[in-house]
Design a binder for this molecule. Structure first.
Ligand SMILES: C[S@@+](CC[C@H](N)C(=O)[O-])C[C@H]1O[C@@H](n2cnc3c(N)ncnc32)[C@H](O)[C@@H]1O
Ligand code: SF4
Length: 417
């Protein structure tokens, strides 16, 4: 593991104790008292598998997908029934994989969720460009979906070839999105591909906003060690210059930066399943973050189904936080939104942010990483760039190790990060 991530962890948690994930879990999840709770549902099936993709997914078959959804609905009831009455939550996001492969059953899943939860900020679904046809979009909208996020990756043939993706029919995409509208239409792009220039990326963003998107997400290509991707990542210096240039372009255009990677041309448009204080995850590989614990479901569809058949939760690993560890988690995820509100932190932990991280905040201000206004810390452009680099280290050091193991073992004994 990188020395940088290890030292940062020790400094921020004020402890040499690593993050320890163990093969144990609570059958009863203490989410009743959680405010600002989000929901996530994972559908792990794709028609074809992309070599660069790290997510938990397997080849789609209708039979397996139907069995999975039957079981998923039982997991939702197993957890939902633990709260008396209906629990208010912010949003519900479907990710994958390719959730729209189960479009015909999404309403059933949403209905199961709504037996236990009241959703106040809408329902989002990740789509593959192949799903963006009026018939599928209409089914999603009728089921209550309000936001969609489409995995474009690039509109350009040379990069689609590098990624092994099919070309996107832009006119058909625009027409379908005109016919069936959503509050947020986000399009995902991958940047830092070999030879990619500012103009390539700028064209992608312009094309997205001209063809039905009101929100874009620009993710740097992450070269996970366990994927079979043969794409050579862009050197760090070039990558930083590209990210700088594209961020300045979006800010000059007046787009709203709603999180580190995302920009919208309409204020109300947003798509983020990450910036929640707490969340409950359902399905294979889904994670749950609560006040004192973080847990991750098994990656194996087979073992997931077996656990639910036994009436047990499909949790593979749980970490029980020290207070400082939970604070680091809180700050890391909240920082995705590019700002941290000290009042929210104090409400969550009952301790002032300045008391716990006064020195770090002072240093961050001195280095020009954050500005403070009315007890809210706003990341500057410089701060956002460095957060991005740290996040990249973190993703490689932590997620790469954990997902690498979880893909092979349904229930590992212990993982230390
Ligand atoms: C679950 S996929 C989106 C929906 C659909 N499955 C698709 O591929 O169009 C989520 C997004 O993660 C991003 N992604 C996947 N692998 C990545 C990688 N190695 N580095 C950075 N982003 C990646 C892609 O932008 C992708 O659209
Ligand atoms: S990028 Fe999307 S379609 Fe490709 S394997 Fe990953 S989840 Fe499936």
């Amino acid at each position: 593991m990188s020395i940088i991530t290890e030292l940062t962890r020790m400094w921020l948690t004020r402890s040499t104790k690593p993050f320890i994930f163990r093969n144990e879990y609570d059958q009863q999840l203490p989410f009743s008292e959680c405010d600002n709770l989000g929901l996530y549902v994972h559908i792990p099936f794709c028609k074809s598998i992309c070599k660069f993709c790290p997510y938990c997914k397997s080849k789609y078959s209708k039979e397996l997908c139907d069995r999975y959804i039957d079981v998923l609905i039982r997991e939702i009831h197993l957890v939902g029934e633990q709260h008396k009455g209906k629990k208010t939550v912010t949003s519900l996001y479907f990710g994958g994989g390719t959730p729209a492969l189960a479009a015909a059953r999404l309403k059933e899943i949403i209905d199961a969720i709504q037996e236990h939860f009241i959703i106040t900020e809408g329902v989002g679904v990740e789509l593959h460009p192949d799903d963006v046809v009026p018939s599928v979009l209409q089914i999603l909208r009728d089921a209550g979906v309000t936001k969609v996020s489409i995995g474009i990756q690039s509109f350009q043939k040379k990069f689609q070839d590098v990624l092994g993706r099919q070309s996107v029919n832009i006119l058909a995409l625009k027409k379908a999105l005109c016919e069936v509208s959503f509050e947020t239409v986000s399009m995902d792009f991958i940047f830092a591909l070999p030879t990619q220039t500012f103009d390539d990326l700028k064209n992608d963003i312009d094309t997205a906003f001209q063809n039905g998107a009101n929100h874009v997400a620009i993710y740097p290509l992450i070269d996970f060690t366990f994927t079979s991707s043969a794409i050579t990542p862009m050197p760090k210096k070039e990558k930083k210059a590209l990210l700088d240039a594209i961020t300045v372009y979006c800010m000059d255009k007046g787009y709203t930066r709603s999180s580190i990677w995302t920009f919208s041309n309409e204020k109300h448009a947003n798509y983020s399943s990450m910036t929640r204080d707490n969340f409950l995850g359902f399905g294979c590989s889904a994670t749950t973050l609560l006040k004192e614990q973080f847990k991750i479901n098994t990656f194996s569809v087979e073992e997931y189904c077996k656990r639910i058949d036994e009436g047990k939760l499909p949790t593979s690993l749980t970490i029980r936080f020290t207070l400082r560890q939970r604070m680091v988690y809180y700050l890391f995820w909240t920082a995705y939104s590019t700002k941290v509100n000290a009042k929210d932190f104090e409400k969550f932990f009952g301790i002032p942010l300045r008391k716990m991280y006064g020195i770090e905040l002072k240093i961050a201000k001195l280095l020009g990483f954050v500005n403070e206004e009315n007890n809210v810390y706003y990341m500057t452009l410089k701060g956002a760039f460095y957060y991005h680099y740290y996040e990249n280290f973190y993703t490689l050091a932590y997620i790469d190790k954990m997902w690498g193991i979880m893909r092979k073992e349904a229930f590992p004994q212990k993982i230390e990060l």
